[in-house]
Design a binder for this molecule. Structure first.
Ligand SMILES: C[S@@+](CC[C@H](N)C(=O)[O-])C[C@H]1O[C@@H](n2cnc3c(N)ncnc32)[C@H](O)[C@@H]1O
Length: 254
């Protein structure tokens, strides 16, 4: 019986993989990977059969059950089975369902953490999610709920937090902005929408909560998180100043 490794592939850039993950990939006989895992990360598993599983979003529960079954079956055929997931496997990655399937089947497993989108985005912006005297309460949240999931007041968590990182929310920008403002979050709360962090086509859009729907329209189709909170105030002011400088420079040239 083989062992299954649930591995965090990080947010995109292949060199953000842990050394432990790289070593396991080199030994893997088979790799089941998410859609957004970088080809160079997959290349590390040079002798493994590579199987793409997982859709970009909204994966159906029967598909997840199918993945669980494939992991169990693979552990009966291969000594080292790698399940590569975007970011960190233990955040919004349905890892628990895979863990439970492996436990039920009596299969040995190990989790290898990865860099999650929230910390990758914070690094990219040069904005700490916590700041002495300003922010000591951070939430990672998603407004996206699976069908049939029990009610979860994601907005209450965002309202209570100093800094919020909203996963899988770019397509729900209008709803996020209006719900938070309706419940008392100031429309001028600074935020950033960051798409494809750590990848060459990354994009960071700065604005305020009331401007979120407008910013989302400017984003592309890559994975994106929304960062919200006072820790982003300086970055917003810098961006606005740079935009004014640009306009002044082009007026002078004209
Ligand atoms: C299904 S969740 C998986 C999260 C992952 N387990 C993690 O720890 O980052 C997918 C969401 O993560 C976020 N995400 C993943 N990679 C990202 C990236 N490179 N830049 C911005 N957001 C990203 C987006 O919100 C995307 O919709």
């Amino acid at each position: 019986m083989g062992k299954v490794y649930l591995i965090g592939a990080g947010p995109g850039a292949p060199d953000l993989l842990t050394l432990r993950a790289a070593e396991i990939l080199r030994r893997a006989g088979v790799v089941f990977h998410d859609a957004l895992v970088h080809p160079r990360t997959l290349d590390l598993a040079w002798r493994a059969d590579k199987i793409a599983v997982g859709k970009r979003s909204g994966r159906h529960s029967t598909a997840q059950k199918f993945i669980n079954k494939r992991l169990v079956d693979a552990a009966r055929r291969y000594r080292v089975v790698a399940r590569l997931k975007g970011g960190d496997p233990m955040l919004f990655g349905r890892a628990q369902e895979e863990i439970e399937a492996l436990r039920e089947a009596g299969i040995d497993f190990e989790i290898v953490p990865g860099v999650t989108a929230a910390t990758a985005v914070a690094a990219e912006l040069g904005v700490s999610l916590t700041r002495r005297g300003l922010a000591r309460h951070v939430v990672f949240v998603t407004p996206r709920a699976a069908s049939g999931a029990r009610d979860n007041d994601w907005a209450a968590s965002v309202l209570a937090a100093d800094t919020a990182v909203i996963y899988m929310g770019a397509g729900l920008a209008e709803a996020i902005s209006s719900e938070l403002i309706r419940r008392g979050k100031p429309g001028e709360t600074p935020l950033a929408l960051v798409e494809s962090a750590t990848l060459p086509d990354r994009k960071a859009l700065h604005g305020t909560l009331v401007e979120l729907p407008e910013l989302a329209l400017k984003a592309g189709a890559g994975p994106a998180v929304v960062l919200l909170g006072e820790v982003l105030q300086d970055a917003l002011v810098d961006r606005r100043r740079a935009a004014v400088d640009d306009i002044e420079a082009s007026l002078k040239q004209a």
